[in-house]
Design a protein around this ligand. Structure first.
Ligand SMILES: [Zn+2]
Ligand SMILES: [Zn+2]
Length: 189
């Protein structure tokens, strides 16, 4: 039996949090960790007790949703609200943070950013991360962590597609099926 690594465990937690997002423009989750303990978590959403985008629609200005507080900010603010130290902590996020969240992450003393998906990775964000000497590493979520049968399922689907190819289905169609299967097996939302 394979034991789940800390990286995968915390990244899975962020993906779970993302499922709580109330803004459907992007489902993001963030988990702040200190000494291998989860100290805070956040997801994309409105202010507590206020209207949700999923109920009232987004409030868009300049292609940004005004209503939403980003997952990373929510996690950091949770620490502020309850007086939990972020200095020396690490953050696990489902998507590469935006420039505003990157600044907040660095300024809060967080020393490492682990992200699962590239998302408009801003060159200035990368620059300030480097200058601040903050570790930044891509840690993709491995499907096997949340679905222990995902490998078997994938092999099974691939064998079915191969059977179709053997039956003489045209290459273009096989290619489309393979692409669709890859997309499904590589996404978690
Ligand atoms: Zn929204
Ligand atoms: Zn952000």
């Amino acid at each position: 039996m394979n034991r789940v690594s800390w990286d995968q465990y915390f990244m899975a937690q962020s993906h779970l949090l993302a499922l709580r997002s109330t803004c459907e423009r992007l489902r993001v989750g963030a988990t702040i960790v200190r000494d291998k303990r989860i100290i805070a978590g956040g997801y994309n959403g409105s202010l507590s007790g206020q209207a949700h985008c999923i109920d009232e629609g987004c409030y868009i200005i300049d292609n940004h949703c005004m209503r939403t507080i980003h997952a990373e900010m929510n996690a950091i603010l949770q620490c502020a609200k309850f007086g939990v130290q972020t200095e020396g902590a690490e953050i696990y996020v489902t998507h590469f943070p935006c420039i505003h969240c990157t600044k907040a992450i660095i300024q809060s003393g967080i020393k490492a950013i682990y992200y699962a998906n590239d998302y408009k990775n801003h060159p200035y964000a990368l620059e300030i991360i480097q200058k601040a000497n903050v570790k930044c590493q891509k840690v993709a979520l491995d499907g096997m962590v949340i679905d222990t049968k995902s490998k078997e399922k994938r092999i099974f689907v691939e064998s079915l597609i191969q059977k179709l190819a053997d039956q003489g289905i045209c290459d273009d169609e096989i290619k489309l099926l393979k692409e669709k299967s890859d997309r499904l097996f590589n996404s978690y939302f």
